[in-house]
Design a binder for this molecule. Structure first.
Ligand SMILES: [Zn+2]
Length: 446
């Protein structure tokens, strides 16, 4: 499997640190607001990565932090006249609810900053002790001069960054690029530290969480492209000093989502919240749209694009349901599948696309190919065994893409009703057919 590694700017063969195991981490939400569909892009993409590794038989340990201490949370708490803890809880619950609605697999663990404060203070303390950081007036800064590799991930040169940073030069810093590890403050919730009361800076969180959760270097560190600099660069800098390694073997970054070709941001006021959208359209259609473009490319949300995905999703769903119904009616779900060469080829193309740096766009083309084949098979009245194989292939593809195709098996009673409904329609007894349809709908079968 090839993965594009931002750190080396090359597609590299994936080699896990431990055999049959994948250790993954993504920077999690700062829980001060409802997550919008732009925030959902990394969530959905890395869920696909998680699912694909699981499909291949790997054990996946997937961790994401929760930033529950931040200026934005404090400001929101003042605005809503509640405590910071209440704000963090409210918006974390919203995030988790959205993940569930989006059918994302749960994270192995989601450590919170407030629950790891001792470890963070200890980590910063050690950086100071070892000369990688310095305290001034209750603040602590990281010395970027200590890291030769600084700028490698984001492809930035220190000299150029320094020119830009000088304008906003902070007199307390030795170098304008040094970043804050501990911030002295008396606003909002604070913790005691060797440097006085304050709060940790954001960039230390993930390094500490990764150390604690995984105990060393991980395979994949992910996030949005906007996190490359300074956040991930600063994570790497701290890890190089403390651990002697760059934290992860593969750095993966997901491109931005635009709304009608504009940046979607809370400050511009053009955001669509995840729950609002999936209440309006099917969550599966939203997934199909989000995965229709390769993850490193930007994706553009327009009404037209999303409606197209809704239509495509309908086709996938109805093909699946017809196939499922056919097998269910034939009571043939227990039959052994029989390989259909055209479908086997398409499944191979599907996995080959994903093995090439998770090219979901090409994988979707293979998925559409399978839908077409199935429709051909239905018209040609293919055998139950061939249909069973097609159904299993479609289910595997759906699992990897995180589509929810769960359809309960029909009970004997429901099957009888279904057959009666079919017969009524064949006999053109529309009164009876309508009656049976209503009964089936009441049972949630239709
Ligand atoms: Zn992070």
């Amino acid at each position: 499997m090839l993965i594009y590694n931002t750190y080396t700017r090359e597609k590299e063969e994936f080699k896990p640190i431990e055999e049959n195991k994948v250790k993954m981490y993504i920077c999690g939400p700062t829980v001060y607001n409802y997550i919008h569909i732009g925030n959902a892009r990394p969530v959905l993409f890395f869920d696909l990565v998680h699912r694909y590794f699981k499909y291949l038989g790997y054990e996946v340990e997937f961790v994401s932090n929760v930033t529950d201490v931040d200026d934005k949370i404090i400001n929101r708490a003042i605005e809503e006249e509640v405590t910071e803890a209440e704000i963090a809880e409210k918006y974390l619950n919203y995030f988790l609810e959205c993940n569930q609605l989006l059918n994302a697999l749960p994270f192995t663990s989601m450590p919170k900053v407030t629950e790891n404060m001792d470890e963070m203070i200890q980590f910063i303390h050690e950086l100071v002790e070892r000369g990688f950081a310095y305290a001034v007036d209750g603040d602590v800064y990281f010395r970027i001069d200590k890291v030769r590799e600084y700028g490698q991930l984001s492809g930035k040169k220190i000299e150029e960054l320094e020119v830009g940073a000088r304008i906003a030069e902070d007199s307390k810093k030795e170098n304008p690029l040094d970043f804050v590890l501990w911030k002295k403050t008396d606003k909002g919730i604070t913790w005691d530290s060797p440097w006085g009361a304050g709060r940790p800076g954001w960039h230390t969180e993930c390094v500490v969480m990764i150390g604690k959760e995984f105990g060393g270097k991980i395979d994949i560190h992910g996030g949005g492209t906007d996190l490359q600099f300074p956040h991930h660069e600063n994570e790497i800098a701290q890890s190089i000093c403390m651990n002697g390694h760059s934290l992860a073997n593969y750095w993966m970054h997901v491109g931005r989502l635009g709304l009608n070709n504009e940046k979607m941001s809370k400050s511009l006021g053009n955001v669509i919240n995840v729950k609002d959208l999936i209440e309006a359209i099917d969550a599966n259609a939203f997934r199909l749209f989000m995965l229709s473009v390769h993850y490193r490319q930007p994706i553009n949300y327009t009404e037209e694009n999303i409606q197209l995905a809704v239509k495509e999703w309908q086709k996938i769903k109805s093909t699946f349901e017809q196939l499922h119904l056919k097998l269910d009616l034939a009571e043939a779900l227990e039959v052994e599948g029989e390989v259909v060469p055209e479908i086997e080829d398409l499944m191979q193309q599907f996995t080959a696309a994903l093995e090439d740096d998770f090219n979901t766009s090409n994988a979707i083309t293979s998925l559409y190919g399978v839908i077409k084949e199935i429709n051909k098979m239905t018209r040609a009245k293919a055998s139950d065994a061939a249909c069973k194989y097609a159904l299993m292939t479609l289910q595997n593809m759906a699992y990897i893409f995180g589509f929810d195709l769960s359809k309960k098996r029909l009970t004997l009673e429901e099957r009888k009703l279904m057959k009666a409904w079919e017969e009524a329609r064949k006999a053109k007894d529309f009164t009876k057919a309508d009656e049976l349809r209503a009964q089936l709908q009441a049972l949630n079968v239709l």
